[in-house]
Ligand binder design. Structure first.
Ligand SMILES: Nc1nc2ncn(CCNC(CO)CO)c2c(=O)[nH]1
Length: 289
């Protein structure tokens, strides 16, 4: 569509990347705020700055490097976005999700997305890792959906199903890996709600979202998930709970980005171990590639 990219645009970018590296990734990783360290774990890296990639948007948020890192994680070929895009940066939604269409055309079969989020579920503690089992797409309720506009059947169907967006097998695998690694006491599951941002939510909004069944709130991920599912990639996503959302009017808590990045640093190592171990357990169609 007009503000979107054509299949040919995406193909051109993917072909450009494939001509620059011999890595043929099966897993695509999206690193959330302060979680870019995951990309540093890749071996035999081939790195591209977003500004050097045709059609790619630029990261403008502190804690988002703006690099596409190809490499291997325990022998598994991966591509990792160190820095992602958000509605609050002022990008049209199709620009935010362009990397997903490109991942698809690179041959990626499974996308792993991480983000930092506020905890709405009162049982959650700062530093918990929440496996996302479903989402609430608030911008989508207002029609801000990355699939709006003409549909290209080469990517997927006009009306894609979202009741199976978050792969149940990968969720179970993550729980198993988490308990193997001894992470069970900070590993949770829940529903992630996306808001446009950049302002953090009000107390009334937190209370409303909690009543609506949301366990965590953030400003990303859902748009990429919708596109990834539209073009048939498996999705696993998790939120690092970087602060407890303010739910009471007598609270002195004030959500801030620094706290988000600080918690990311503290938990980064466990999150990286969880994701890299998970990746070695994921079965792919052409594992022999
Ligand atoms: N209460 C609350 N806590 C949060 N921690 C991280 N995020 C996700 C948004 N992250 C932004 C600002 O840190 C950067 O992308 C949020 C949020 O949206 N709300």
């Amino acid at each position: 569509s007009s503000s979107g990219y054509s299949y040919e645009d995406c193909q051109a970018t993917a072909d450009w990347l494939l001509s620059q590296t011999a890595v043929r990734p099966l897993v695509g990783i999206v690193c959330g705020s302060g979680l870019g360290g995951l990309a540093d774990a890749l071996k035999d890296q081939v790195v591209f700055n977003y500004r050097d990639i045709p059609n790619f948007p630029q990261s403008t948020v502190h804690g988002h490097a703006g690099r596409l890192v190809f490499g291997t994680l325990k022998g598994r070929p991966c591509v990792c976005m160190q820095g992602r895009f958000h509605l609050y940066e002022g990008y049209p939604i199709q620009k935010i999700t362009l990397p997903m269409w490109i991942f698809k055309l690179l041959g990626v079969e499974t996308v792993i997305l991480t983000n930092a989020a506020g905890g709405l579920n009162q049982d959650f503690k700062v530093g918990d890792i929440m496996i996302i089992k479903d989402h609430l797409n608030m911008p989508g309720f207002a029609g801000n959906n990355p699939l709006a506009g003409p549909n290209d059947e080469r990517f997927g169907v006009r009306f894609p199903c979202m009741s199976d967006a978050y792969d149940r097998e990968l969720q179970q695998l993550a729980l198993d890996v988490g308990s193997e690694l001894g992470y069970s006491d900070f590993l949770r599951e829940g529903v992630y709600c996306v808001l446009g941002g950049p302002s953090f939510e009000t107390i009334a909004e937190c209370r409303m979202l909690h009543k609506l069944g949301a366990d965590a709130v953030g400003m990303s991920t859902v748009h990429e998930v919708i596109v990834a599912r539209h073009c048939g990639m498996r999705v696993f996503a998790l939120s690092l709970i970087t602060n407890k959302a303010v739910m009471d009017y007598d609270s002195e808590e004030k959500a801030n980005h620094e706290e988000v990045l600080q918690t990311g640093k503290q938990r980064a190592e466990q999150l990286e171990r969880l994701v890299s171990t998970l990746i070695t357990r994921i079965e792919h169609n052409n594992n022999f590639a």
